[in-house]
Ligand binder design. Structure first.
Ligand SMILES: Cc1cc2nc3c(=O)[nH]c(=O)nc-3n(C[C@H](O)[C@H](O)[C@H](O)COP(=O)(O)OP(=O)(O)OC[C@H]3O[C@@H](n4cnc5c(N)ncnc54)[C@H](O)[C@@H]3O)c2cc1C
Length: 350
């Protein structure tokens, strides 16, 4: 059985970030990343995403925006029941995720890290580490990283946990460009989630929780995927860990998961570099990206009627009006939680 120091299951943004930040010079038995999808399917899988990330998210990973960007986005427009529209200046990008992933992996493969196509079907603990079953045979490792997305086999086999909430979303690709704004529509039928409209080069991507809205007539492609939210109590177990969607690290109110998986991937790699996997758990818990305010805000939003939703955002109807905001903060617990989430998501929500 072939043995590695590190096996990373899944080659999306999370797994590729782990690969980028591993110090391969410390590893005598090397590192392997296993990705189940071959080139064309992998390309398509990565397009099943709004591909939005903040400028801050790219900068903190040292990624060059111009090399990855399809569109710059400068405004977020939120449409709430009661005719309330909240418009905020933002600084972010719609990126090409496939380019992101190959950029992340480049230093790993150049330093001798291996990337193979293969499907992991199981994982188990042994005395000295882990055995990973693949359709192609067994492999063993000292450190195991599950970066295998929403339906993570590593999570199910080694951690025995499931996401608190898994949203099934559908996204349509429409062949017409749109201005460089992100549009979000909130309504009781989305149950704490929203409908989005994002630019994507010559296309527009429109998505919503499956079963809530009609499909647009002019869609040229349809994507269906799960978004797991709510975090997990444990993302480290011995020398195994979970990263990104496998760890349910998507922001619960923006549903942005690219930046979170990149940052978590870096933290996990650094913990492996220092031979102390538990550092990853504590670093992630301290991170503003995992702030519980986001989950609290989602929990408040999900059961609200349209009338309650509009009452909640009412203090923001006429823009950042200080006295209305102060009144809202003093008088309404819902507004306080919503407002904290609203402010924090600007910096740490995507
Ligand atoms: C429709 C939609 C729109 C979204 N829009 C945005 C957005 O605009 N901005 C944002 O920040 N986030 C967005 N997200 C969330 C974002 O896509 C995810 O949070 C992000 O992809 C997480 O990266 P990851 O590497 O953890 O998981 P994934 O991207 O799911 O990567 C996991 C990888 O593991 C591989 N894999 C799975 N199982 C196995 C196995 N058994 N063996 C080997 N390989 C395996 C998969 O093929 C995949 O390549 C969106 C999600 C959806 C569904």
């Amino acid at each position: 059985m072939r043995h590695y120091d590190v096996i990373i299951v899944g080659g999306g943004p999370g797994g590729s970030s782990v690969a980028r930040h591993l110090d391969l010079s410390r590893l005598s038995d090397g590192a392997l990343m296993i990705e189940r999808l071959e080139e064309d399917s992998f390309l398509r899988y990565n397009q099943m995403c709004g591909e939005g990330i903040s400028g801050r998210g790219l900068a903190e990973m040292g990624l060059e925006r111009a090399a990855l960007q399809r569109n710059a986005v400068t405004k977020a427009v939120e449409h709430w029941p009661g005719g309330i529209t909240l418009s905020s200046n933002i600084d972010g990008s719609i990126i090409d995720r496939s380019k992101l992933v190959s950029t992340l992996r480049e230093p790993f493969t150049s330093a001798g890290g291996e990337v193979v196509t293969g499907t992991v079907t199981g994982a188990r603990r042994t005395d000295g580490g882990y055995v990973v079953d693949t359709l192609e045979g067994e492999l063993s490792c000292r450190y195991l990283v599950g970066a295998d997305g929403a339906r993570s086999i590593v999570r199910r086999r080694l951690f025995g946990t499931e996401p608190s909430v898994s949203m099934r979303v559908v996204q349509y690709v429409i062949e017409s460009p749109m201005e460089n704004k992100l549009h979000f529509t909130f309504d009781q039928r989305y149950m704490g989630k929203y409908r989005w409209e994002f630019p994507s080069g010559q296309y527009t991507k429109v998505g919503f929780p499956e079963g809530t809205d009609e499909a647009p007539r002019n869609a040229v492609d349809t994507h269906r995927r799960l978004i797991p939210i709510g975090g997990l109590d444990r993302i480290v177990d011995g020398n195994a860990c979970l990263v990104g969607d496998a760890a349910c690290q998507v922001n619960p109110i923006t549903f942005g998961g690219i930046r979170n998986s990149l940052v978590a991937g870096r933290m996990a790699a650094e913990a492996i570099n220092h031979d102390n996997m538990l550092n990853y758990q504590s670093e992630w818990e301290r991170s503003p990206l995992s702030d519980v305010t986001f989950w609290d805000a989602f929990s408040r939003l999900r059961g609200k009627t349209n009338e309650e939703l509009s009452m909640m955002v009412e203090p923001l109807r006429y823009g950042p009006n200080l006295s209305a905001i102060m009144g809202g903060l003093m008088n309404s617990d819902d507004f306080r939680t919503f407002y904290r989430g609203f402010v924090r998501k600007m910096e740490n929500g995507w």
